[in-house]
Design a protein around this ligand. Structure first.
Ligand SMILES: [Zn+2]
Length: 316
């Protein structure tokens, strides 16, 4: 009920043209949109957060973005970033995290039909079948491991697990009886599909090998993990863009604690990474720290009115 009221209110404000005016006034700031998967899934546990977006809704969302913004490819974004010039008016990026197979099979043709480039931040451990996202293991098995405990309890548990190190989380999940080799509800891209991804106009960026939370893991482990990610991609015939998306949007606090951008993010800069993407929502003025770029997370719940409000610059 609350969400219906919110949507009605948002549509009313949208009808006044206020979001349009605000968008025009902030046209010099970069908008970055993030999707994860594009696949129909109405399982209340598996897709409680609508991270897998229904293809019809995805197409509507992308069309909304494309009709209002000029989508830069990853390479064009890097060129502008390195030139020091202002963002071209109404610039935006379309990004995907993790590397689901449906990015190519379902989102790919929709983007191609619209002539829209994108960046896919890939987790090589998922693509190489060394790992599968623990959150889909948790969601798949939740009703059998904790019968009677509903989605709110699942959400709380997932939030808690996301803030742990990889080894702490694995130990806890195993102790509770989750089978970490569970079948995969949403398969990942095969390494052999990566050239097809690039041919579809989707360039590749880094999302680590083991999808580690940078805010809690040891820095040496993060550095090694990123090197594995890059080495795997190169071995699979892809030259990734020097762009990194923080898994879970988790930014190392020690790296953001004072100092200028280059020094505080030197761990990434030393690895040749030129820009890094958080999950903090908001616009990116030209002087935004390139290692703390903000993005709009687009789930299946985002309606056009909601997108209008979110990206107007009035709310975030
Ligand atoms: Zn991720």
């Amino acid at each position: 009920m609350k969400s219906i009221l919110k949507e009605v209110l948002t549509r009313c404000v949208s009808a006044t043209g206020l979001f349009h005016v605000a968008r025009g006034a902030t046209g010099d700031q970069l908008r970055i949109f993030t999707w994860h998967g594009v696949e129909h899934c109405d399982d209340p546990y598996l897709n409680f957060d609508q991270l897998q977006v229904d293809p019809v809704r995805f197409e509507r969302q992308v069309k909304w973005v494309v009709s209002r913004y000029r989508i830069l490819s990853g390479s064009a974004f890097l060129e502008v970033l390195e030139s020091g010039k202002p963002w071209p008016d109404r610039s935006a990026l379309i990004t995907f995290d993790d590397g689901y197979a449906n990015n190519l099979a379902i989102a790919g043709p929709i983007l191609q039909a619209l002539g829209v480039p994108a960046i896919a931040f890939l987790t090589t451990g998922f693509l190489g079948r060394d790992l599968y996202p623990w959150w889909y293991v948790l969601r798949s098995e939740w009703p059998s491991v904790f019968p009677g405990k509903g989605v709110p309890a699942l959400m709380e548990e997932e939030r808690r697990l996301a803030s742990m190190t990889c080894s702490e989380r694995s130990a806890l999940m195993q102790e509770r009886g989750f089978r970490l080799d569970h079948p995969e509800p949403f398969p990942f891209l095969e390494p052999s599909q990566l050239p097809g991804l690039e041919a579809a106009g989707i360039e590749v960026g880094l999302h680590g090998h083991a999808h580690l939370a940078c805010g809690v893991e040891d820095r040496a482990r993060l550095t090694a993990d990123l090197e594995i990610c890059r080495t795997k991609l190169l071995a699979w015939g892809v030259k990734p863009l020097p762009l990194f998306a923080y898994p879970y949007g988790s930014v190392p606090e020690v790296w953001t604690d004072g100092g200028n951008a280059c020094s505080r993010m030197s761990g990434l800069a030393d690895l040749g990474i030129i820009a890094a993407f958080t999950t903090r929502m908001g616009l990116n003025p030209r002087d935004t720290d390139p290692y703390l770029l903000r993005r709009y997370d687009v789930t299946g719940r985002r309606t056009p009115a909601n997108l209008a409000m979110m990206t107007s610059g009035l709310v975030f």
